[in-house]
Design a protein around this ligand. Sequence first.
Ligand SMILES: CC(C)(COP(=O)(O)OP(=O)(O)OC[C@H]1O[C@@H](n2cnc3c(N)ncnc32)[C@H](O)[C@@H]1OP(=O)(O)O)[C@@H](O)C(=O)NCCC(=O)NCCS
Length: 145
Amino acid sequence: MNIFIRKIAHEDAAAITALSHQLGYSLSPEQILQNMTAVMANKDHDAFVAVHEKKIIGWIGVSNAIQIESLPFCEIRGLVVDEEYRKKGVGKMLMEKAKHWCKEKGNNMVRLRCNVKRTDASLFYRHLGFKETKEQKVFELNLDG
Ligand SMILES: CC(C)(COP(=O)(O)OP(=O)(O)OC[C@H]1O[C@@H](n2cnc3c(N)ncnc32)[C@H](O)[C@@H]1OP(=O)(O)O)[C@@H](O)C(=O)NCCC(=O)NCCS
């Protein structure tokens, strides 16, 4: 299969929206485009798509994280491969691109968070050499009440 990886572009918004729905996020194409535009404008963020015969079949987001208490690291912000294209090496290609981006930023540590319900994704990350370091809970507060 002839697949290549490139940076996201505005015209990818509809495809990225559909893939994000597969990931379980229900934002509209307009909201996704707004987020993509913010990512593209920020030097500490980036995102890439996998393309097969002009079709977007996966995407990955990555950022540079700076925290007071930790050494700098890069974080995978989102990753999904189209259901019809899984287990064909696409996720690994996207991860390789993100790893390359991290190295270009001078960073040699990659971190990611994965919902404990995503057992397949956990197996995938372990297979790629990621080590589980901790479990966390996520807390949110809506400031509009
Ligand atoms: C997780 C996901 C991105 C993996 O992408 P993929 O394209 O199917 O994975 P690949 O084909 O690139 O797999 C790369 C390697 O991991 C292995 N692998 C993939 N899924 C695996 C699994 N569930 N269990 C064990 N190994 C797995 C592959 O066999 C392959 O091994 P190899 O390199 O030795 O041949 C994809 O399944 C997906 O989009 N899942 C739904 C969304 C999701 O959960 N995203 C992660 C959010 S944290």
